[in-house]
Design a protein around this ligand. Structure first.
Ligand SMILES: Cc1ncc(COP(=O)(O)O)c(C=O)c1O
Length: 406
């Protein structure tokens, strides 16, 4: 037995930092919001594994969601194997759906992809032509990704409607010509969009553009990126809008929440290794944004601090205007990247070597992207279960680093 996996422990025997700490109660709170949205609207919700694939907490997510969706062979397999109730004897009610999508499948993986998939969505008409017969021979419903050429994304790097985008088909004549080959479509054009009005307007635009196509389908996935778990989000309005859409076109609506599933449910817990001063207070912690919270680097954002020395503090990074303050503290990662910065903060007390600092929003698009840059210690995965107990789900060591290369 591999002793690095799943050791039951208590709060007094947390592993040494760094570690990701997932809170099942926070995940379930998000799940309940998703389940309510589904109940009110008739939509089905699939966890987007590209955002979060830490399967050690799937048992508490699985009762609320209808399945998983994927971006690759590995993800579709993980969804099939870990998201429950895929065995032949589970009844239809319980069975979770496993959707397959990829920007591009290769010919040598498609058979295996289909062996796990309940639906497959191709990104382009050429991929559809290449692989649809294999899917249909196994009675697997086939879909196509559409690109409405409009989006709600404030980052060009994450904008599926960016100029010259490869993400989906937009030419209606070409799409109409393959309608006989598909039963559904997927459209993903939101990114952390917390405005119902913006979502609704964008859906209206999709309806204007593709309404006659939608009316001939059985299902439409509207992707992820709708930030409906925000505390003041008008969930009922969203549910009404989705229900109306579903009834108007006679389609089953799917949603693919990634971030909304785990927002606020994960922290990265670190220890201050060194402090310095260079016009401002500097602290270096035992983790790295490049290796452990890569999106901070990609999107040039800062991490919120949720606790210092186990006390809940909820410190947000200072904004541009406050960056002049000489007593601010910049918290750096320990990699050699000069700009490995968690953020700049106005703290009540100067950090000391040995202090514990926990950064928030560390579940989505973090754990799925972690890497061994600089050989920095890989954060363990720790789970606070619903009953309050703590599981050290996985620890990593030198052999894992070594095995990641050869
Ligand atoms: C096709 C698709 N579905 C779902 C998602 C999940 O989005 P989010 O995590 O913003 O909800 C993404 C994110 O990129 C995506 O590309």
């Amino acid at each position: 037995m591999n002793t690095k996996h799943s050791e039951k422990t208590n709060t007094l025997s947390l592993p040494s930092t760094p570690y990701y700490l997932l809170d099942e109660a926070a995940i379930v709170a998000n799940m309940q919001t998703i389940a309510r949205l589904c109940e009110l609207s008739g939509a089905k919700a699939l966890l987007a594994l590209k955002c979060f694939a830490t399967w050690g907490v799937f048992d508490v997510m699985q009762p609320y969601l209808h399945g998983t969706t994927s971006s690759s062979l590995n993800e579709v397999r993980l969804g099939y194997e870990t998201f429950g109730n895929n065995s032949a004897d589970s009844n239809d009610e319980d069975k979770k759906e496993t959707h397959a999508y990829s920007v591009a499948y290769s010919a040598d993986e498609i058979d295996e992809v289909l062996s796990y998939a309940d639906k497959i969505i191709f990104n382009s008409i050429s991929q559809l032509h290449a692989f649809k017969d294999k899917a249909r021979a196994q009675n697997i419903p086939v879909g196509l990704r559409l690109n409405p050429k409009t989006s709600n994304s404030s980052f060009i790097i994450a904008d599926p409607a960016r100029p010259f985008s490869r993400l989906g088909e937009y030419d209606k004549d070409k799409i109409k010509a393959v309608l006989g080959d598909i039963t559904g479509v997927m459209i993903h054009n939101n990114c952390e969009n917390d405005s119902f009005e913006a979502f609704s307007a964008s859906l209206a635009d999709i309806e204007d553009r593709f309404g006659d196509v939608l009316a001939q389908l059985e299902w439409v996935s509207l992707g992820g990126g709708i930030h409906f778990i925000a505390p003041d989000y008008p969930l009922e309005k969203l549910a009404d809008r989705l229900k109306g859409f579903s009834e108007k076109y006679g389609v089953q609506v799917y949603l693919e929440p990634g971030e909304a599933s785990i927002h606020g449910a994960g922290t990265l817990v670190t220890t201050v290794l060194d402090t310095m001063h260079n016009d401002k207070n500097l602290a270096v912690v035992d983790a790295s944004i490049e290796a452990h919270m890569l999106d901070l680097l990609i999107y040039r954002e800062s991490a919120p601090i949720t606790s210092v020395n186990a006390e809940s503090v909820e410190v947000m990074p200072v904004d541009q205007a406050q960056q002049d303050a000489a007593d601010n503290t910049i918290i750096y990662g320990r990699s050699c990247l000069a700009g490995d910065i968690f953020g700049e903060y106005a703290l009540a007390h100067e950090l000391q070597v040995g202090d514990t600092v926990a950064f928030g929003n560390a579940a989505g698009y973090t754990m799925v992207k972690k890497n061994w840059f600089n050989g920095v210690n890989m954060p363990a995965i720790v789970i606070r279960r619903l009953d309050g107990s703590i599981d050290v789900q996985r620890e990593f060591d030198y052999q894992d680093y070594k095995a990641s290369l050869s």
